[in-house]
Ligand binder design. Structure first.
Ligand code: TRP
Ligand code: SF4
Length: 328
């Protein structure tokens, strides 16, 4: 029986952090046996917001590839792809764009939020249209399933809509993808901010050293009412506790009871967390060190993955164009 195909991706605008790890990287590793998995490094999509810094995007392509490989994605099983090198995605984006209206795109809640966060007063055509390009990312290889965070759902719904209309019009058989929502919610920043991000300075990176982890965890926000060890704490309002829930679930009942009964101080509790994070990150660091010293191997993995994806994409786009009468 053929395995179902998964496609998901990252924008290469910097290194990946613990939020990416709990939100998607971990499940990518778990899913790579059951599915045929494609990981897209979306460098064209990164240009929609970072077109003034193409060199940053280029450097990040290999950082993001290493982030994915170091958490345990196996290049023998999983295909890593560089989006800009897949012409069938660009062609499909153009064809899909005929079926999407400007008002559909400008009402997309994720586009609205991102435009607000980036402070865009006016939007470029490329940024406004990136969900169309993302639809092409997902469907150029007929992916069945897209593991995503909540913010990406509008894009998958738009993809499904486009695919239905496209298949209806041109009698193609493009697969209508489904999304798989990651079971864990979004991880907040270590400062308690709901969003973890580079620009907010509150992110813990997969590539952080053990010392950086200790330092960042120490700076984390706890129950602010707990001004002394003798005062019972409330884990429900504590950022450090949220991290324990995400990375140290087995110890949570114990920590809750000790915190509520003033049997542990925040300094000790943070130490436990830093140790746990470092024990999770140690094997990841080991793999990272290997790939960083074998960067040619990383380039080869991305290039081979891209080649494999092109074989699939070229065949599919040829069939699609024939059905659309886009032929000589
Ligand atoms: N928009 C996604 C993000 O910001 C990245 C992405 C690009 C993606 N193409 C994709 C995700 C295709 C899933 C499928 O994280
Ligand atoms: Fe948070 Fe731990 Fe301090 Fe309780 S003891 S407030 S859970 S850091």
């Amino acid at each position: 029986m053929m395995k179902k195909r998964i496609l998901t991706g990252d924008r290469p605008t910097g290194r990946l952090h613990l939020g990416h790890y709990v939100g998607s990287l971990k499940s990518r590793v778990e899913l790579q046996d059951e599915y045929e998995e494609f990981i897209l490094i979306a460098d064209v999509q990164a240009l929609t917001t970072h077109f003034e810094h193409p060199e940053l995007i280029h450097d990040s392509i290999y950082q993001v590839a290493i982030d994915n490989l170091s958490v345990g994605l196996d290049p023998e099983k999983t295909t890593i792809i560089q989006q800009s090198m897949i012409p069938s995605i660009a062609e499909l984006t153009m064809f899909y764009s005929m079926l999407v209206t400007v008002s559909q795109l400008s009402h997309n809640p994720t586009i609205k939020t991102e435009a607000r966060n980036y402070g865009y007063k006016d939007m470029t055509y490329g940024f406004l249209g990136y969900p169309v390009s993302q639809s092409a990312d997902i469907t150029f290889c007929n992916a069945h399933l897209v593991p995503v965070g909540e913010d990406q759902i509008p894009h998958i719904e738009m993809t499904r809509k486009i695919v239905r209309k496209f298949n209806d019009l041109y009698h193609t058989e493009i697969v209508e993808p489904e999304y798989k929502l990651s079971s864990v919610g979004r991880l907040c920043g270590i400062d308690g901010n709901a969003k973890m991000g580079k620009s907010l300075g509150n992110a813990i990176y997969l590539s952080d050293s053990p010392e950086e982890i200790v330092k960042k965890v120490k700076s984390g926000v706890t129950d602010t009412n707990r001004i002394s060890v003798k005062i019972p704490g409330n884990p429900d309002v504590c950022t450090i506790y949220k991290y324990h829930q995400a990375f140290n679930a087995e110890e949570c009942p114990n920590i809750t009871s000790m915190c509520k009964n003033a049997q542990i101080g925040c300094v000790a509790c943070k130490k436990l967390l830093a140790e746990k994070l470092n024990s999770i990150l140690d094997p990841i660091r080991e793999k990272r060190a290997y790939y960083e010293s074998h960067i040619d191997e990383v380039k080869e993995i991305v290039s081979e993955g891209t080649k494999k994806a092109n074989a699939i994409g070229n065949e599919n786009i040829a069939k699609i164009k024939e059905k659309m009468h886009v032929v000589m």
